[in-house]
Ligand binder design. Structure first.
Ligand SMILES: NC(=O)c1ccc[n+]([C@@H]2O[C@H](COP(=O)([O-])OP(=O)(O)OC[C@H]3O[C@@H](n4cnc5c(N)ncnc54)[C@H](O)[C@@H]3O)[C@@H](O)[C@H]2O)c1
Length: 272
């Protein structure tokens, strides 16, 4: 390990179980010398294994529904108290669509569900940053990262309204990132990650086909949750101080591919 985050403090949202991208990130942050508070929605605390991660990493847990401003205010205040000062990094690793969960087709969207999913998956990022900004909770050259998916730019039919939520999330990173950069010298970026077998990922219809296709299309294969954790560490570190307002692809090259030999193969056989 490289001690890249020695002396840095932060908040990690979204570790549900050992498959979660946030879980792997917390383990890597710890290895790199960072200290953090873990948070998740109160309901996820009951279902998840977050206590195990907290014990393993010596972190405290502060529950917060990321759609609730009071919860977020309490979280940020408590995190600064527990960690003994302002924060250097924040990971937003949160996603949920009620339409996806309930198998509602995109063309039939239930708008109450759309609204809920948007609040959880996208607006919560704005809310989190608003609280951090108003409380002046970030140190200069701090770094805020949210996780996203390429369905924000291209069509993946089964990704449903999460595609729209991710487009909104990425836009918030740029819009809020401007003010955070100008006023507080804080970076704000999104990492656009390969399909990854987690609870949220596997909720998408046809996920197995989806992940296999992406793997065959990508020259380096799909990025794992650990790859995402490592990329996030680099963005939290001082090595990427002037990287901001970016949507950064961590996808084995998928996003710039048209077609690969492996994906072409079955079609060539048909021609013979
Ligand atoms: N798994 C993939 O294929 C993939 C690909 C690209 C991007 N992402 C993104 O990565 C992030 C992390 O997801 P993951 O794949 O690790 O799955 P995950 O299911 O392990 O994590 C999602 C987390 O969101 C939390 N959450 C839901 N509602 C919340 C609320 N109201 N308040 C606070 N937290 C809430 C859940 O409790 C859970 O911990 C998400 O933004 C997801 O969209 C995932």
């Amino acid at each position: 390990m490289y001690n890249l985050l020695k002396g840095k403090r932060g908040i990690i949202f979204g570790a549900l179980d050992e498959h979660s991208i946030a879980w792997k990130t917390a383990e890597r942050v710890k290895e790199e010398g960072g200290e953090f508070v873990l948070t998740n929605a109160p309901i996820a605390m009951r279902m998840g294994q977050i206590k195990e991660l907290a014990e393993k990493t010596g972190a405290e847990i502060v529950p917060a529904d990321a759609t609730n401003m009071e919860d977020l205010e309490n979280l940020v205040t408590q995190a600064m108290e527990i960690l003994g000062g302002k924060l250097d990094f924040v990971l937003h690793s949160i996603g949920m669509s009620v339409n996806v969960r309930k198998g509602m087709h995109y063309t039939e969207s239930n708008y109450d569900w759309t609204h809920k999913g948007w609040d959880v998956s996208a607006l919560s990022f704005h809310k989190t940053m608003q609280v951090l900004y108003k409380k002046d909770a970030m140190n200069e050259w701090g770094s805020i990262v949210a996780l996203t998916y390429m369905a924000a730019q291209r069509v993946f039919p089964d990704y449903n309204d999460m595609a729209d939520n991710k487009a909104y999330l990425e836009s918030i990173a740029r819009s809020f990132g401007y003010f955070f950069g100008r006023d507080k010298k804080v970076r704000v970026n999104t990492i656009s990650q390969s399909p990854t077998p987690t609870t949220a990922g596997q909720g998408v219809k046809g996920f197995d086909g989806f992940i296999a296709y992406a793997d065959k299309m990508s020259p380096l294969g799909n990025a794992t949750a650990m790859d995402c954790a490592n990329y996030t560490i680099s963005l939290f570190s001082d090595l990427t101080k002037r990287v901001t307002l970016q949507n950064l692809f961590n996808d084995g090259g998928f996003s710039n591919m048209g077609v690969s030999d492996a994906v072409m193969e079955p079609f060539l056989k048909q021609e013979e």
